[in-house]
Design a binder for this molecule. Sequence first.
Ligand code: ADP
Ligand code: MG
Length: 220
Amino acid sequence: MIKLENISKIYKFDDVVIEALKDVSLTIEKGEFVAIMGASGSGKSTLLNIIGCMDTATSGTYTLDNDVISKLNSNGLSKIRNSKITFVFQNFALMEKYTAYENIELPLVNRKVSFAERRKRVSEIAKQLGIEAQLDKLPKQMSGGQQQRIALARALVSGADIILADEPTGALDQKTGIELMELLRNLNKDGKTIILVTHDPIVASYAKRIITILDGRISQ
Ligand SMILES: Nc1ncnc2c1ncn2[C@@H]1O[C@H](COP(=O)(O)OP(=O)(O)O)[C@@H](O)[C@H]1O
Ligand SMILES: [Mg+2]
């Protein structure tokens, strides 16, 4: 379970101070499918990055399962990131010189998983997402929708239970975006917790709960 209590985030540079999140309290249960909506600059990515242990709050308490995340140092944060949380980004963030297969297995290589086990895990995920025919291709040889499926496979391969997606359909046409949402819906049915940032109401309609954020505060 994700529990944020009175989370604030302040960015300071020179004499400019931006309060990106103001006293945000929010609980997300295991297995939920939540969409975060709001105008550009309202704090959606900041919130997602804090939940994903990519960034820390300026004040407030963040608890994930039984760990008080807001007390962890960067080492502790990266342990949580490596075991429980995975990200999908708008621009796919694939390695251009690596094939789809190599991109997907990368998190397992980093974790020193054996060659045979990597092969098994990649082929399972590839089958699940319908991307077996793409595995030998480079990112530039694939469509946007195919690249985003590869990125999703890479996100899933290490077995994390929480999937965070920041505008995952933002670079896709509507039909391809909806196909991605169908995949996410199936993953949620299989028990994954999904938190997704979007400003597209059709994309958000796939979630079971919509959180609206306005000027750094949850408004709905
Ligand atoms: N690394 C940063 N340094 C300074 N200001 C930032 C940084 N990241 C975000 N901001 C500011 O915080 C506010 C919220 O940004 P963000 O969370 O990216 O909004 P959204 O994802 O909803 O568009 C914006 O005013 C943005 O300019
Ligand atoms: Mg953003």
